[in-house]
Design a protein around this ligand. Structure first.
Ligand SMILES: *Cc1c(COP(=O)(O)O)cnc(C)c1O
Length: 365
């Protein structure tokens, strides 16, 4: 058999370790997962009720166009239905964009430490990824502009950036968008936007009218707590949305996902409460990091990148043995771990495990 040569050596995506696997492997009863930026409070109760009601219709195909959800989301965002496309997670929208736009040898620009799905999909399509170094964990927009060539198709801006948690301020983003040629697409990945409280943060949706080459990505997996159901979306000009729709599978989001997302969207009080609790959790963790003498990046999502001053993978293993799963192994930040902001109780358990680990490894405050 002859696979596409460019996919033969592609690494398989390594997700955060599942709780059940860690419990079994290490014989632990209590395991806390703070590795995949999941909502520690779960989904809105109304989303669960909507799923139960929708169970009546399991034998029926979903509405491929997700018309009811699209219309509700359009009025929530203040856009039109033709500006929206749903995907099996926003991961799928990323894949569909690369599928619709990249020819072998096309170039695509992204930060050197950002969400890995941009590059993995570019690799699958034989596009060339130009990785521009972050500056203090933040996108270097001027550096990215400087790398645009005649072959550039798409620029990816992850805002807040996963894994560093930093944001690009609105004014810098506007200056950048003003300078990007109209034939180059800018994808603004706002998976964590609902968590952001910083006043300099831009709402990408507001910028869409001014920049027809802009695509905003969002998801129900993070603050809405529906990661299991795989539903996210892209917002852009009708022309771009049509092109992406042309390469979409007919039934890419399920009935259960659409029903739950619709109910979750309507429960904005729940979203607001999750944002408030998350902000308190960031303060809680940052105070503890300060006490332990650890530096962290400014955190604007529901996760924090903290320098543990030892190989992150070793700290990861030690925390795992104490029943706490985090994320480590960031190529350019080998002494950092990324921890999801949990509930106050989970955060306390994580900090206790971290403090013990640092003592064992001889890291002094
Ligand atoms: C989690 C995440 C996504 C996508 O999540 P889906 O579950 O596929 O919607 C997209 N971008 C970033 C930066 C993320 O962290």
């Amino acid at each position: 058999m002859n696979p596409k040569p460019n996919i033969v050596d592609l690494p398989v995506y390594k997700p955060g370790k599942p709780i059940e696997e860690v419990k079994k492997e290490l014989g632990l009863e209590e395991v806390i997962k703070l590795a995949s930026n999941e909502n520690p409070y779960g989904a809105s109760p109304s989303a669960k009720a909507a799923i139960v009601a929708e169970l009546e219709n399991l034998s029926l195909y979903p509405d491929g166009a997700a018309a009811e959800l699209t219309s509700a989301l359009a009025s929530h965002l203040g856009v039109k239905s033709e500006n929206i496309i749903f995907g099996c997670g926003s991961d799928e929208i990323i894949a569909l964009i690369t599928r619709a736009f990249f020819l072998p040898g096309d170039e695509t620009i992204m930060a050197d430490q950002t969400f890995s799905v941009y590059k993995s999909n570019a690799d699958i399509e034989s596009a060339v990824s130009i990785e521009v170094p972050l500056v203090e964990g933040t996108h270097d927009l001027d550096g990215m502009l400087a790398r645009i060539t005649d072959r550039t198709k798409v620029i990816w801006i992850c805002n807040p950036n996963n894994p560093t948690g930093t944001i690009v301020p609105e004014q810098a983003l506007i200056t950048f968008l003003d300078s990007v040629p109209a034939n180059v697409m800018v994808v603004l990945d706002e998976a964590y936007c609902e968590y952001v409280t910083d006043l300099t943060y831009s709402d990408g949706i507001k910028l869409l009218e001014r920049y027809p080459n802009l695509v905003v990505l969002r998801t129900f997996s993070k603050i809405y707590g529906l990661a299991a159901l795989r539903i996210g979306y892209g917002v852009a000009s009708p022309q771009i949305i049509t092109l992406i729709n042309q390469v979409r599978e007919p039934f890419n989001t399920s009935r259960l996902a659409q029903a739950a997302a619709l109910a979750a969207l309507k429960d904005q009080a729940y979203v607001q409460e999750c944002r408030r609790l998350n902000s308190a959790g960031i303060v809680q963790l940052q105070d503890e990091f300060k006490r332990l003498g650890l530096k962290s990046f400014p955190a604007h999502g529901n996760f924090i990148m903290v320098d543990v001053r030892k190989p992150g993978t070793e700290v990861f293993d030690a925390l795992l043995r104490k029943g706490v799963i985090v994320r480590a192994g960031h190529r350019l930040y080998p002494t950092y771990i990324r921890v999801t902001v949990g509930s106050a109780e989970q955060n306390r358990a994580f900090v206790a495990a971290l403090e013990q680990t640092l003592a064992e490894q001889g890291v002094k405050a």
